[in-house]
Design a protein around this ligand. Structure first.
Ligand code: APR
Ligand code: PHB
Length: 389
C-alpha cells in the first residue's frame, strides 16, 4: 500500500490529524494496534480549551460537541473548608468546554468512517523503517500476514507506550521526567455533579477533584499513594474519602451511587526532545505526558496536531518544508509552558509524602495568596483556558 502520511495510533491525536489532512486532500492511513471498542473504552479527562474546540470545528466534528458540551466560565478551589471561585471568563474573556475525550474520539472515528478513509485496527508488531531517508515504510502484521505501507511521512501518535518514540535513533533523544509519588483514583457515576463547576480541592488527607461528563454523569477523583490497589476501594470507601476532603456544603449535597468505572492513574510529567527524526514526527502522548491536574493532556495533543497538519499542508500545497523544519521547536515551546502549569497545579494542591512542615505552610500561603490576588488568579485562568496557539 502507498499513502502520503502514515499515522501510528487511533487515539485523539492520530484521528484528529487524519481528519485535518483528509480535509486538505492529503492521503493518510491510520495503523492502530487495538480495536475501536478498546480505544473507546478508555476513560480520560474531559476539559477542552477553546483552541481544541476550534480544531474540532476545523476537522468538521464539532456538531455534537456544540449540542452536548457544557461551557464552563469558572472553577472552584477548595481548601481550609472553604470554596473560592475563579471567574476564568471574566479574567480572560474565554471559556472551557466539558466534553469527554471518549466522545471526542467517537466523533472523530465516525467522521473517518463516513469519509471511507482507511484505518487498520488490530495491527500487530508495528515497526517503522527508513524514515531517515526519502522512502519511509511502516510494517505490521494482521491475521498472520505481514503488510507494508510506503509513505512520505510518518506521524507517531501512538501514546506514551507506543513504538514511534522508541524507534528514534539511539542517542538522538533527550528525555525529561518526573514521577509523582501518588496517583488519582477516579470513578464515573450516573449521579448529578455536586456543583455546576469543577471543584479542585486541596486537603490534608490529599487532593480531590469533582468533575463531570454531563448534567447526570459525574467524574470524581481522590489522590492516593502510588502503592494503592483499586480492588481495595469499594464505592462506599471512595465516597467517604471524597466527602472527607470537601467543604461541608459540598459534602452534604454530594449525591452518591454505584460506580460505572473505577481506576487508578499514575501521575507523571514527561517530555521527549526533539519531536522530529527525519520523516518521523511525534505528536501527543507519544512525545509528552502531563499530570492531569489542569487537564492539559488532550489539549496539548490537539495543538501538536494543528501545527503538524498545517506544516504538512504547507509542504504539499506549496512545496514549502519550513514549517515542518520548525515543528518540533514550535510544539516544545507550548508544551513546556503546559508542563510547567500542570506541575505547578499538582504541587499546589497535592499532599507530598515527604513534605515537611515548612513546605506545607508555603503551600497554604500560596493558596491564600492566589485567591486573594487578581493577578495570580488571572495567571491561573489564562493557563487554564489555554495559552495562545
Ligand atoms: N502500534 C499502533 N498503535 C499503537 C501502538 C503501536 N505500537 N502503541 C500504541 N498504539 C495506539 C494505542 O492503542 C492508542 O489507541 O496509539 C493510540 C494512542 O492514543 P492515546 O494514548 O490516547 O494518545 P494521544 O492520541 O496522543 O492522546 C492524547 O490521551 O492520554 C491522553 O492525556 C492524554 O488526553 C491526552 C490524549
Ligand atoms: C476530568 O473530568 O476527568 C478531569 C477534569 C479536570 C481535570 C482532570 C480531569 O483537571
Amino acid at each position: 500500500m502507498r499513502t502520503q502520511v502514515a499515522i501510528i495510533g487511533a487515539g485523539p491525536a492520530g484521528l484528529l490529524l487524519g481528519q485535518l489532512l483528509s480535509r486538505a486532500g492529503i492521503d493518510n492511513v491510520i495503523v492502530e494496534q487495538r480495536s475501536p471498542e478498546y480505544v473507546l473504552g478508555r476513560i480520560r479527562a474531559g476539559i477542552l480549551e477553546s483552541v481544541t474546540v476550534d480544531a474540532l470545528e476545523r476537522a468538521g466534528v464539532a456538531a455534537r460537541l456544540h449540542d452536548e458540551g457544557l461551557p464552563h466560565e469558572g472553577i472552584e478551589l477548595s481548601f481550609n473548608g472553604q470554596r473560592h471561585r475563579i471567574d476564568v471568563h471574566a479574567l480572560t474573556g474565554r471559556r472551557v468546554t466539558v466534553y469527554g475525550q471518549t466522545e471526542v474520539t467517537r466523533d472523530l472515528m465516525a467522521a473517518r468512517q463516513a469519509g471511507g478513509i482507511p484505518t487498520i485496527y488490530g495491527a500487530e508488531d508495528v515497526s517503522l523503517h527508513d524514515f531517515d531517508g526519502t522512502r519511509p515504510l511502516v510494517r505490521y502484521r494482521k491475521d498472520g500476514i505481514t503488510h507494508e505501507i510506503q509513505c512520505d511521512y510518518i506521524a507517531g501518535c501512538d501514546g506514551f507506550h507506543g513504538v514511534s518514540r522508541q524507534s528514534a535513533p539511539a542517542g538522538s533523544t533527550k528525555l525529561f521526567e518526573r514521577v509523582y509519588p501518588f496517583g488519582w483514583l477516579g470513578i464515573l457515576s450516573d449521579t448529578p455533579p455536586v456543583s455546576e463547576e469543577l471543584i479542585y480541592a486541596g486537603h490534608e488527607r490529599g487532593f480531590a477533584l469533582c468533575s463531570m461528563r454531563s448534567r447526570t454523569r459525574s467524574r470524581y477523583y481522590v489522590q492516593v499513594p502510588s502503592s494503592e490497589r483499586v480492588e481495595d476501594w469499594s464505592d462506599e470507601r471512595f465516597w467517604d474519602e471524597l466527602r472527607s476532603r470537601l467543604d461541608t456544603q459540598a459534602a452534604e449535597s454530594l449525591v452518591t451511587g454505584p460506580s460505572i468505572e473505577k481506576s487508578i492513574a499514575p501521575l507523571r510529567s514527561f517530555v521527549c526532545e526533539p519531536m522530529r527524526f527525519g520523516s518521523l514526527f511525534l505528536a501527543g502522548d507519544a512525545a509528552h505526558i502531563v499530570p492531569p491536574t489542569g487537564a492539559k493532556g488532550l489539549n496539548l495533543a490537539a495543538s501538536d496536531v494543528l501545527y503538524l497538519a498545517d506544516a504538512l499542508i504547507e509542504r504539499y500545497q506549496k512545496n514549502d518544508p519550513r514549517e515542518l523544519d520548525s515543528y518540533s521547536e514550535k510544539c516544545l515551546r507550548r508544551i513546556w509552558k503546559a508542563e510547567r502549569f500542570s506541575w505547578w497545579m499538582t504541587s499546589l494542591l497535592h499532599r507530598f509524602p515527604d513534605a515537611d512542615a515548612f513546605s506545607v505552610r508555603i503551600q497554604q500561603a500560596e493558596l491564600g495568596y492566589l485567591v486573594g490576588s487578581e493577578a495570580a488568579c488571572r495567571a491561573l485562568a489564562e493557563n487554564y483556558v489555554g495559552l495562545p496557539y
